[in-house]
Design a protein around this ligand. Structure first.
Ligand SMILES: Cc1cc2nc3c(=O)[nH]c(=O)nc-3n(C[C@H](O)[C@H](O)[C@H](O)COP(=O)(O)OP(=O)(O)OC[C@H]3O[C@@H](n4cnc5c(N)ncnc54)[C@H](O)[C@@H]3O)c2cc1C
Length: 502
């Protein structure tokens, strides 16, 4: 769905009025590089997802200028930050312009008194924390993709932080931001008009509307973020269990203990442990009797983390946990940001090792529903494996959300042999994704806790999840983006423009 040559020339000429030549990228490698995301897609169909060009703006004004031009010429436009999104949010489905914001990565203002920082949305949390660390501060948005996902992408997906039980998730940590609407107008959203206010009850809570929309409502360009003292101590004990049920009960008990420094817990199920063991990818030695693992994490001052740790150790012991030792615990927690960067491989039914990419389906589920969701999900993936060698079950991770222990992000990881992913296997995969999402809904869960749900398969059920709320989404999309230029094709929002005419 590329733009015709004459229109492309017109577009480039218009873009030259707001950008320098070197900010407008039209070469094949530049375009291919901005179509790629880690989620799998049949290799033979990649060319269907290419942008016509990419731009590298350096300021809010430049982004606004580009969006105004796209709006006037009715050209699709897709914001892209780190490109680590797992539901194809940053993939251009209709060609057009990819707005790559990586050059907007400056720290603009550091306010040590009010403990906020204002940044360009092209900065990563890793880079930001290098700057903040010199002032004894840190920004605790901590996804497993921490080194390579960027602040704007975190806003676009409203992501999940692994230490969110202590500090909150992206939606809590971003105080306000400058946002370019699909018409090219610029507004500031946050709590009230201020940049650094964290609570207001004036008007509608627009900040949340402009987070997690996957680039369908505009582009965040500059954000003000909430900061915390850099933790003096970190404790991340890894415990092994000889059965899943004890590990599951242990996670619930840890989360409900009400320990203030508790930042989160991760539960690895039996399939995950088996995968780590059989494919040698583990950073944790896996004796044969280990069936499940739990990692709890505490952050804070030394004199609060140590006693809190003793309490959590006691709870873990009461649930049959075996401590794996300091070296494994610290090493594995430190490795959480790059575990997926290692070369990945899975197994065919015959036991053959083959290269596989990693994909995960994430849902938010209540604690009490986890065992039955887990059973249903593994059955869906087992069915896929029975039918083809393209897939491998890599098990489930479950993360606590709040220290109340109420809702949990749970994900099932699937190895996908991308080179073998033809149209037939892709269809199977899309159907499985739909089934996985349906299980979440049947348990009153949410289809996605952090990645979003705008890919084939799970997206089909979003209207079911949101009910009347989905119609409101359509109304908002039509009002704010009258010509459907912002990331068209995502979240089935084209329905907003159906006129019903024959
Ligand atoms: C190994 C790995 C581990 C991961 N772990 C986690 C995790 O623990 N928690 C979690 O939440 N996610 C995780 N993810 C998913 C991904 O990292 C997040 O969704 C992240 O928020 C995406 O950020 P990004 O900068 O890469 O955004 P992109 O992938 O570039 O974009 C994501 C979406 O946001 C839109 N967007 C991008 N920039 C802007 C902007 N400036 N304004 C408005 N919309 C914009 C895009 O159009 C797209 O729809 C993981 C991914 C990988 C590969």
């Amino acid at each position: 769905m590329t733009i015709a040559v004459e229109r492309l020339d017109e577009l480039v000429t218009a873009l030259r009025t707001v950008l320098r030549d070197e900010q407008i990228l039209t070469s094949k490698p530049d375009r291919y590089n901005r179509a790629r995301v880690p989620a799998p897609f049949p290799v033979h169909r990649w060319s269907e997802r290419l942008p016509d060009l990419a731009v590298l703006p350096t300021s809010t004004d430049e982004v606004a200028g580009v969006v105004r031009i796209a709006h006037d010429l009715r050209v699709p436009i897709v914001p892209r930050d780190g490109g680590t999104g797992l539901t194809d949010g940053a993939v251009p489905l209709r060609g057009g312009i990819v707005v790559d914001v990586k050059r907007m990565n400056q720290v603009k203002e550091l306010d040590l008194e009010n403990r906020t920082v204002t940044v360009g949305t092209g900065i990563s949390m890793l880079k930001l924390n290098e700057v903040l660390g010199k002032h004894g501060l840190f920004y605790p948005d901590d996804p497993a993709s921490y080194p390579c996902s960027l602040v704007g992408g975190r806003i676009g997906t409203s992501g999940w932080s692994l230490i969110g039980s202590r500090y909150g998730h992206t939606r809590d940590l971003v105080l306000s931001f400058d946002h370019v609407l699909p018409t090219g107008e610029v507004m500031h959203v946050g709590d009230g008009i201020g940049h650094k206010i964290s609570k207001s009850s004036s008007g509608y809570q627009l900040k949340h509307l402009f987070m997690g929309h996957q680039g369908t409502l505009g582009i965040a360009t500059e954000a003000t973020l909430k900061l915390f003292p850099k933790p003096e101590a970190e404790l991340s004990p890894f415990w092994a269990f000889d059965n899943y049920d004890d590990a599951y009960r242990c996670v619930g008990a840890l989360a409900r203990a009400g320990v203030a420094t508790f930042a989160g817990a991760v539960l690895f199920d039996e399939w995950k442990v088996a995968y780590l063991r059989r494919d040698d990818e583990a950073y944790i030695p896996q004796p044969g009797d280990v069936r499940a693992l739990v990692c709890a994490v505490m952050y804070g001052y030394e004199d609060e983390v140590r006693p809190a740790g003793k309490r959590l150790f006691r709870i873990a012991r009461e649930h049959g946990a075996r401590y794996l030792g300091d070296e494994i615990s610290e090493g594995d927690w430190a490795a959480r940001h790059d575990r997926y960067a290692t070369p990945l491989h899975g197994r065919t039914k015959s036991g053959q090792v083959v290269p596989m990419s990693w994909h995960c389906e994430d849902a938010a589920i209540n604690y009490t529903d986890l065992p039955s969701v887990s059973k249903a999900w593994h059955e869906i993936v087992a069915d896929l494996r029975r039918r083809t060698d393209v897939f491998d079950d890599w098990g489930m991770f479950t993360y606590t959300s709040g220290n109340t222990g109420v809702d949990y992000l749970t994900e099932i990881d699937v190895g996908i042999w991308e080179q073998q992913l033809d149209d037939r296997a892709w269809e199977m995969w899309v159907r499985a994704k739909r089934d996985i999402a349906a299980v979440a809904l049947a348990h009153q869960g949410s289809i996605s806790a952090c990645h979003g749900s705008c890919r084939e398969g799970e997206v089909d059920l979003v209207p079911d999840e949101l009910g009347r709320g989905y119609d409101v989404m359509l109304d908002l999309k039509r009002t704010l983006d009258p010509h459907n230029i912002m990331n068209p094709g995502k979240y089935l929002l084209d329905r907003a423009y159906d006129t019903g005419a024959p």
